[in-house]
Write a protein that binds this ligand. Structure first.
Ligand code: GAP
Length: 460
């Protein structure tokens, strides 16, 4: 990773190259909402597809699910979110700004205050002179109060309390409430998992750091159901398996670590939690994914609230039990930011600056670009035919404008791992050159073998 990657640089780069735009920009933008442009949508889709491939398609003990975003409101009562999915909110009377009390204190004093009560946080804010309103230095704050992060809405035309519904704050509950459906309709046996990815919503008090923390975001979650007593071993397995996924996709191991969650920060349902963190140059070690041992908390709660029997009957041992759940829960938006930062390199090549995204070919938004050296016949027809042959397999880009050097630079910035050039010699020898983004080395190959060759290079 280049040492010069700053948040400003990444944000400007993402906009200039069509990865990420501020949402509703022509109206001045809306805080913490972002739109993924032509390259960004491909990169994020590839991250999600790689997750799905590894978690669902490559295994025979995990099945997929797509649950609704708006679920029965009782789901969120049973899960504990209505009562307990809170952040601690404090308001500055001098500026009118709102802050997360724990963040305000931690940033001013370095103290670890996660898990403290509103009263304890209020006392620290009132007595510790180091805690000031970052916007104006004021020290006049309201008492700290819990603020529920769930977005409320109404189902149907009447806005009455009975019609309140929530936008899901995690995808996980979709798996728990469908546990019985999946058991009855597929041939799964414990240990097995249900995976889902999709949008979640949290009314974060202080969203920020670009796509790292937003109010609307995506999650990729697996609920892996195991026999009680085997949960610790499975937890270790999933921590290592998830770490491997990042490394296999080329994330620099020096920027990746696992961290044990403290008792105070762990979610109410978790017996143990381990985070996979990335060392962002602009915010230090930060969570990409949490892997929790959720015990049998959720299934038991839903059984109690719904009246359904959600126990598992183990035919081999003739035993009924509530399975324990190991949950790797990741966020593709954050993961995309990590891959962007990790792969962004500025280097000098023959006296010229080159910006390149050294993304793993599986993640690269565009897998290959086809360049005819001339717009004239027969070169352009040969190049078009090659493009048409390749384009069904992946996102392929055709570019016949500008010097070849400029075309290479454009694709380097987009992270395109291979550029295929059709030149004047191709007319006679039926060969083209494939140029590697990272080494910039060129190899001459028969045009008939390009598709097969690229398939080998991309799926490595
Ligand atoms: N079901 C467990 C759960 O939701 P979490 O740690 O709150 O756990 C899992 O969320 C992942 O979702 C996080 O590691 C992060 O990658 C992503 N995530 C959570 N809140 C987010 C936000 N406001 N913006 C972007 N990603 C978020």
């Amino acid at each position: 990773m280049s040492q010069t990657v700053t948040m400003d640089k990444i944000v400007a780069f993402c906009k200039r190259r069509g990865f990420v735009y501020q949402s509703s920009e022509i109206y001045g933008g809306i805080r913490s909402s972002y739109d993924y442009g032509p390259l960004g949508v491909e990169l994020k889709r590839n991250i999600k597809e790689e997750w799905w491939r590894r978690i669902v398609h490559m295994r025979d003990d995990v099945v997929g699910l797509e649950a609704a975003i708006i679920m029965h409101p009782k789901v969120w009562e049973a899960s504990g979110h209505v009562m307990g999915f809170n952040d601690m909110l404090v308001e500055s009377r001098t500026s009118g700004r709102r802050y997360r009390a724990d963040h305000l204190i931690e940033e001013a004093t370095g103290m670890e205050v996660e898990g403290l009560s509103p009263e304890e946080l209020t006392k620290i804010i009132q007595t510790d002179e180091r805690v000031k309103d970052p916007s104006d230095g004021g020290r006049d704050f309201t008492p700290v109060r819990p603020f529920n992060l769930m977005f409320e809405t109404y189902t149907g035309p009447v806005k009455t309390p009975e019609n309140i519904a929530y936008l899901r704050p995690e995808t996980a509950q979709g798996m728990f409430v469908n546990f019985k459906n999946v058991l009855q309709t597929s041939r799964v046996k414990v240990p097995f998992g249900i995976a889902q990815m999709g949008k979640s919503f949290r009314n974060e008090i202080t969203p920020g750091n670009f796509i790292f923390r937003t109010r609307e975001f995506e999650q990729m979650e697996l609920e892996f159901f195991v026999e009680p007593g085997t949960d610790r071993e499975w937890h270790e397995y999933w921590i290592e398996e998830r770490l491997e996924w990042y490394l296999d996709l080329g994330l620099n191991p020096e920027n990746l670590r696992k961290r044990e969650q403290s008792d105070d920060e762990r979610a109410h349902y978790a017996a143990r939690g381990v985070d996979i963190e990335y060392n962002f140059p602009f915010r230090g070690w930060s969570e990409l994914e949490g892997i929790a041992n959720r015990t049998d908390y959720d299934l038991k709660k839903h059984a109690a609230y719904s009246g359904e029997n959600l126990e598992y009957f183990d035919q081999a041992t003739n035993r009924r039990y509530f399975p324990y759940v190991i949950e790797p829960a990741a966020g593709p938006d954050r993961i995309m930011l990590a891959f962007l930062v990790d792969s962004y390199v500025e280097e000098e090549v023959e006296g010229e600056k080159r910006t390149v995204l050294k993304l793993h070919p599986r993640l690269a938004p565009v897998k290959a670009a086809v360049f005819p050296l001339s717009k004239k016949e027969p070169i352009s027809t040969i190049a078009r035919q090659l493009y048409d042959e390749l384009k069904g397999d992946y996102r392929i880009f055709y570019d016949d404008s500008g010097s070849i050097g400029r075309r290479y630079r454009r694709q380097d910035e987009a992270g395109t791992p291979f550029c295929v050039t059709v030149d004047f010699d191709t007319i006679d020898d039926k060969q083209v050159t494939i140029r590697d983004r990272d080494t910039m080395k060129q190899e001459r190959v028969s045009i008939d073998t390009v598709r097969e060759k690229l398939q080998g290079l991309i799926s490595c």
